[in-house]
Design a protein around this ligand. Structure first.
Ligand code: FES
Ligand code: FES
Length: 154
């Protein structure tokens, strides 16, 4: 067991854990954050995505030790109900979610991608999001929402 210290949504966090334990378990089980989600556990769906020092990572396969001294941001730290991130706002305005289970992955991945690539083409957006899964088939709405967010962030 080791003590791993990092910040989550701007607040100091500390967990006692096996350094190889997935970061996702620390966030959900130790720190009681109900996002990100556990989907596949195999880096295949993106439901567990968080930002680690601004980079989107799949927390289900990221050892908690990789977060040592770093800043973790989850979807609940991206924006607030009063002041949502443009991607969150666009998701609501386009009424994307069906069951909602996948939303975390798409929003967190899109937010990080658009920050670095504000002028991305449709093809580049599709490519950036190609590793994410939505079992409800909301992909057309998702693309509309990312384009809407892109316009807001321009
Ligand atoms: S739960 Fe992490 S990628 Fe699916
Ligand atoms: S909205 Fe249900 S999995 Fe995407």
């Amino acid at each position: 067991m080791s003590t791993i210290k990092f910040t989550v949504n701007g607040k100091a966090a500390s967990v006692e854990a096996d350094p190889a334990m997935p970061l996702l378990y620390a966030l959900r089980d130790d720190l009681k954050l109900d996002n990100p989600h556990f989907g596949c556990g195999l880096a295949q769906c993106g439901a567990c995505t968080v930002h680690l020092d601004g980079e989107p990572v799949r927390a289900c396969v990221m050892p908690v030790s990789a977060a040592q001294g770093k800043a973790v941001v989850t979807i609940s730290g991206l924006g607030t109900p009063d002041k949502p991130h443009p991607v969150q706002k666009a998701w609501v305005e386009e009424q994307v979610p069906q069951c909602g289970y996948c939303v975390n992955g798409w929003v967190m991945t899109s937010a990080a991608f658009l920050k670095k690539n504000p002028k991305a083409s449709d093809a580049e957006i599709r490519e950036a999001l190609s590793g994410l899964k939505c079992r409800c088939g909301t992909h057309v709405s998702i693309l509309r929402a990312v384009k809407r967010a892109q316009a807001m962030m321009a």
